[in-house]
Design a protein around this ligand. Structure first.
Ligand code: CTP
Length: 462
């Protein structure tokens, strides 16, 4: 029984190398040694309990493709929670069990293992969450989204390494196809529309013809999906290496517009996502992508989207701030602005919104000031605080507040650089009439564009 396994260059054409159906050798090479020993041990314990354990889903797909994936999902024909409890007792794993769902997570020092009781799913109505009962491996595979995700590898000693592929997923990998397992698939779960596009673009695959036709037909079914589930799928897309590919494709298919009428993914988005990638730490990138995605929306359209997707408060604030700040950008398009003026224009906005505008603004001057705020101005602090000002006879209250503000302004503008400078300024402010508003600083008329926070240089970029 000689069958094919495909190694692909994502961007190139499929280059098929024939290998055997038993993947024992591939598993041994693919999984890190401690993980391998662990899954074998788990499988051994399962056998003693009269259960069978399989590796399933994404890891099987990626093992066949030769891509790394250590997000291991195990399916148990038997009681996965009971097995996980036993494994947890004998090893040093932290156990998180969900008896209701028959699932368990075993947390080790560097990785986690997900165990799930093989399940059978039935959908009471399209779009509803499925009703779940215990089932066989085959039941568990047919409830899955695409043939390439519906394969398993047996880990039991008897038949170890055997590929179980009832829906010809391996054949679809070879032909670079995304295929649903039955015609009701998108109507059962329309989030598969988003998932399918994510895999299509990540792997450089195509939808099989009937899958493509049904996908388009069932786009309106997305209306029946909860905001949380759609948001989760969008988050997964925005975590991809090149999310703009899936975003553009979803836009062309009319999926984005179905989620929010004015949402679109075009060349502009692709360019901005690319810039964001070069700037931002990976863990904040998906949120920054969300801010850029809504950059051309009206505030009303954004509010509808936030409520449709049930976006949490902090990210909602950043997305709304992104649009608010966009309307203020003309104020930043003045090269003569002092650092303290930039600071006061931007201090109320979420850093993510400032970052989004620093990427999206058309004005080089505004972009430069936004980056200056993010990399320097927002961190500027005075050396003296209220307690120390008291030692100079300045009492708490409006007078102290004004002096602290003036010290901060002077720091931002590079007009004071040391503790001694600040003390001198505080005392001189105390001596003059402090009740005039705003506090007039010695030298505050000067246009300061140099010094530690000068607008001429920006230091490191984030
Ligand atoms: N799955 C599904 N339908 C969904 C979500 C998940 O059929 N709506 C199945 C698929 O078989 C998938 C598995 O559950 O392979 C695990 O889902 P997930 O962790 O989201 O995907 P992975 O396959 O691990 O793929 P990746 O993490 O690489 O995106």
């Amino acid at each position: 029984m000689v069958v094919g396994i495909a190694f692909y260059d994502v961007k190139g054409s499929a280059d098929i190398i024939l290998l055997a159906m038993n993947l024992e050798r591939q598993i041994e090479q693919y999984l890190p040694q401690p993980v391998l020993e662990l899954v074998k041990d788990i499988s051994g314990q399962a056998t003693k309990l009269g259960q069978r354990v399989y590796l399933v889903g994404g890891v099987v797909r990626d093992l066949l493709l030769g891509y790394p994936n250590f997000d291991l999902d195990l399916v148990v024909e038997g009681d996965a929670v009971k097995l996980a409890q036993q494994v947890g007792e004998t090893g040093q794993a932290k156990l998180l069990a969900h008896h209701r769902f028959g699932t368990a997570k075993l947390g080790y020092e560097n990785f986690t293992l997900d165990l799930a009781t093989a399940r059978k799913e039935t959908y009471a109505r399209p779009g509803a969450l499925p009703e779940v009962t215990a089932g066989t491996l085959k039941d568990d595979l047919i409830r899955r989204d695409f043939s390439i995700n519906a394969m398993a590898i047996s880990l039991a000693a008897k038949g170890y390494g055997e590929l179980i592929d009832p829906y010809q997923g391996r054949n679809d990998l070879e032909h670079r196809l995304i295929r649903i397992l039955h015609p009701r698939s998108f109507s059962d779960d329309a989030t598969r529309i988003l998932r399918g596009v994510r895999y299509e673009q990540r792997l450089g695959f195509e939808f099989e013809a009937q899958t493509a036709q049904l996908l388009k037909q069932y786009i309106p079914m997305l209306d029946s999906i909860s905001g949380d589930r759609i948001r989760h799928e969008l988050e997964l897309i925005l975590k991809e290496e090149q999310p703009e590919l899936a975003i553009q494709r979803l836009s062309e298919l009319g999926v984005l517009a179905r989620i929010a009428p004015s949402l679109k993914g075009d060349g502009w988005i692709a360019d901005k996502f690319d810039k964001a990638r070069r700037l931002k730490k990976t863990n904040q990138l998906p949120s920054l992508h969300f801010c850029l995605l809504v950059y051309s929306l009206s505030e009303t359209a954004l509010e509808q989207l936030l409520s449709r997707l049930n976006i949490q408060a902090k990210l909602s604030r950043a997305m709304l701030d992104t649009l608010h700040l966009k309307t203020k950008l003309p104020l930043l398009d003045r090269p003569s602005l002092k650092p303290s003026e930039i600071y006061h224009l931007l201090r109320e906005y979420e850093p993510l919104a400032i970052q989004a505008n620093a990427i999206a603004s058309e004005s080089p001057t505004a972009r430069r000031f936004l980056r200056l705020f993010l990399t320097k101005l927002r961190y500027v602090r005075t050396v003296l605080d209220g307690e120390e000002l008291k030692k100079f006879g300045i009492s708490a209250g409006p007078e102290m507040g004004k002096i602290l503000q003036a010290l901060h302004r002077a720091r931002l503008n590079g007009e004071v650089r040391t503790r001694a400078d600040e003390e001198k300024l505080a005392l001189s402010l105390k001596a003059i009439n402090l009740h005039a508003d705003p506090v007039k600083l010695p030298g505050s008329d000067r246009r300061s564009t140099s010094g530690p926070c000068g607008t001429q240089s920006e230091g490191h970029s984030e």
